[in-house]
Design a protein around this ligand. Sequence first.
Ligand SMILES: Cc1cc2nc3c(=O)[nH]c(=O)nc-3n(C[C@H](O)[C@H](O)[C@H](O)COP(=O)(O)OP(=O)(O)OC[C@H]3O[C@@H](n4cnc5c(N)ncnc54)[C@H](O)[C@@H]3O)c2cc1C
Length: 289
Amino acid sequence: MIYDAAIVGSGPAGLSAAIVLKMRGKSIIWFGSGDMSQKIEKSAKISNYPGLGTVSGHELNNRFKEHIKELDLEINDRLVTTISNTGNRFMLLANNDVFEAKTLLLATGVVAAKEFPGEAEYLGRGVSYCATCDGFFYKGKTVAVYCANSSYLPEVSYLAGVADKVYLFSPDRNISVKEANVEIQQAGFAGIQGDKKVEAVELNNGEKISVDGVFILRNAISPAKLLPGLEMDGPHITVNRQLQTNIKGCYAAGDITGRPYQITKGVGEGNVAAHEILEYLASEAAESK
Ligand SMILES: Cc1cc2nc3c(=O)[nH]c(=O)nc-3n(C[C@H](O)[C@H](O)[C@H](O)COP(=O)(O)OP(=O)(O)OC[C@H]3O[C@@H](n4cnc5c(N)ncnc54)[C@H](O)[C@@H]3O)c2cc1C
């Protein structure tokens, strides 16, 4: 199936766009977290959302979830790890499955995580963001995994079943695994080294471990890595007032387009982007007649 629109991000910007597109009868595939926005969930008090007075982030997130149910919208709870643009289509890779859409909205929020040294350099040359997509290539080999939190443990288990040895790094000191070939490292993950491809990981105690591949499992992938060729301004995607990016058919909304980082800005931009997507789809349909 080719969807009218793919939305990446389940915060207020993605939600606002999904509402418009759904109400206008468009087919959408919407990726994000079943928890919607972790940022909102964490906010103790939100007092600047018109009409709601003061609510907790948890309460607002729950209202968002109710709205989704009411409209029969569905979030595909997967991390999109790669997007390619084939001219007039977007192909999105999420957990080994490929989804195709005519338009794309990036509403990923800002990427707070800092890249590790070597991460960008060796991406696709031993560095991967998706264990179930690329783990197969490391059958019988040694890999390192940086795991931002325990929600990625199923991917670590998958790697343990394929690779000979897995070195696990995590900022979560309580992380634990059942698999005997997974060795949890107490030292921090400091970077990736290699030549033509990954050869080792560097620890923050100065040690090195030889590995064949590195998996970085965190819920933040820079949009420029997701979709090569996307024009960025620092951590933000460059957009015009129509929320169009430099790639035809690709729009962006919310924190990822720049400051202020505010819920209402995300909601407004998601709405504008969705209307622009509707116009784009209409003009494409007219051209193809
Ligand atoms: C502690 C805190 C308090 C705040 N308080 C307020 C406040 O009181 N008022 C206010 O207006 N704003 C507040 N903010 C800011 C507000 O939360 C953000 O501006 C808003 O959430 C941005 O919405 P967004 O849709 O752009 O992105 P986000 O809310 O960040 O949502 C993006 C979503 O996309 C998902 N995602 C990202 N990449 C991918 C991918 N590759 N594949 C699949 N899914 C992906 C993420 O998991 C995330 O769920 C607060 C922020 C924080 C951190």
